[in-house]
Write a protein that binds this ligand. Structure first.
Ligand SMILES: NC(=O)c1ccc[n+]([C@@H]2O[C@H](COP(=O)([O-])OP(=O)(O)OC[C@H]3O[C@@H](n4cnc5c(N)ncnc54)[C@H](O)[C@@H]3O)[C@@H](O)[C@H]2O)c1
Ligand SMILES: [Zn+2]
Length: 366
């Protein structure tokens, strides 16, 4: 088992990574609890696969628990999902010092984190991510939210978990498309500031996706360590440090909005195309070598991820896409900060380029 720490003073917390950790979760949660009781929140897919395993381990540690399995899918990250969950937690007699276990992907992690930030004015929770995206990104860092009709993640809070338990063995049951989408966020850490890690992805990404457990461990540990470092440096994204995690996301969100946040394009797939576009835009502005943009596009294409507007299935004009970007919640004083790059591993934040320049670029991007 590997252990990392997110350094946030008195709110610091450990991240445990190891195959089979679900079977041992009781022993890791027990020391956190004031009374031997917890509540597990999961989705219906993950409940079928992993709830019994977690329950057995809690029982072995003499921890009693109740569980709630919500419908799987993004729709659960909603006002309805939130009210159902918060009322259930109150019905269960939750106390402030209790720790709720969020067992599932980013949908469950974001929803449970947000619920725990407001129930009884804040109670603790443990992230047990079961998708690659959640294991390398959403389970760490304390961003929690639900979606509303006006947009994704618009209602939420910063609320850090007390513990993150990552069992990479759970990836064995993840559909290949979900695995690939999560892998886009792994590649992102290389592109942000770690050219060596991007080269590692080029050499090992295909094996990781095909099931190489060593490569999965290495990628998860490396990604989570990078995320932990960034969160410790800029927890609330008040400087440009945490903003770098949005590499590919401004372009990506425009593609997600255009495809209706649907199964047509998963978040990670949109981010993959978005990262390729951010590199291509940077090259077009003379900021980044065209060869680096080509390397990014080629690697994403080689593992079957979208790497262009066409491969993302979006044929919309640049003006309409740029209009989606204008609604981004990162807009400051009417300007959208873009994450651009001087080359692989050299990304930076800039407000230098207006949406008209982005629209013109997208019109010619293909
Ligand atoms: N808080 C953050 O910092 C942050 C960062 C990135 C993304 N997110 C959010 O994360 C969400 C997406 O998360 P996601 O991609 O994990 O999606 P998800 O939670 O919807 O999971 C994807 C699908 O995989 C299933 N699943 C989960 N684990 C499984 C397993 N081990 N085996 C088989 N099936 C499994 C789920 O039931 C679901 O059907 C979005 O709402 C996004 O906004 C949050
Ligand atoms: Zn993302």
């Amino acid at each position: 088992m590997q252990k990392l720490t997110v350094e946030l003073g008195s709110r610091s917390y450990p991240i445990l990574i190891g195959d089979g950790l679900l079977e041992k979760i009781g022993a890791h949660v027990a020391p956190l609890l004031r009374r031997p009781r917890t509540m597990i929140v999961t989705d219906e897919h993950v409940a079928d696969l992993y709830l019994a395993r977690v329950g057995t381990s809690l029982a072995q540690a003499n921890i009693s628990f109740s569980s709630l399995a919500l419908p799987a899918g993004e729709g659960t990250k909603s006002w309805e999902g939130l009210s159902r969950l918060t009322e259930w937690l109150i019905d269960q007699g939750i106390e402030r010092s209790d720790h709720v276990i969020a067992l599932g992907g980013g949908v469950i992690g974001d929803l449970v984190g947000f619920a725990c930030s407001i129930v009884k004015r804040g109670c603790a929770f443990v992230q047990v991510p079961t998708t690659l995206l959640a294991q390398v990104d959403s389970s760490v860092g304390g961003k929690t939210a639900i979606n509303v009709p006006a947009g994704k993640n618009l209602i939420g809070a910063f609320h850090q978990p007390a513990l993150v338990v990552i069992d990479p063995a759970t990836l064995a049951s993840l559909p290949p498309r979900e695995l690939r989408a999560g892998y886009a966020e792994v590649v992102k850490y290389g592109l942000i500031d770690d050219a060596d890690f991007f080269a590692w992805c080029e050499a090992n990404g295909a094996a990781l996706l095909a099931g190489d457990t060593g490569a999965r461990h290495r990628a998860i540990a490396h990604s989570v360590a990078a995320k932990a470092r960034i969160v410790a440096a800029d927890e609330r994204e008040t400087q440009d440090v945490r903003a770098l995690l949005n590499l590919g996301h401004s372009f990506g969100h425009a593609l997600e909005a255009e495809t209706g946040y649907s199964d047509r394009l998963l978040h990670g797939e949109a981010v993959a195309a978005g990262m390729a576009l951010a590199h291509q835009f940077s090259a077009a502005q003379g900021l980044c070598p065209a060869a680096d943009a080509a390397r990014v596009r080629d690697h994403l294409a080689s593992v079957g991820l979208p790497h262009s507007l066409a491969s993302a299935g979006v044929g919309t004009g640049g003006t309409a896409l740029a209009a989606h970007m204008a609604h981004d919640k990162k807009v400051r004083g009417g300007k959208l900060p873009l994450i651009l790059t001087r080359g692989i591993g050299q990304s930076f934040v800039t407000e230098e380029y207006g949406l008209d320049a982005v629209a013109a670029f997208l019109d010619g991007a293909g």
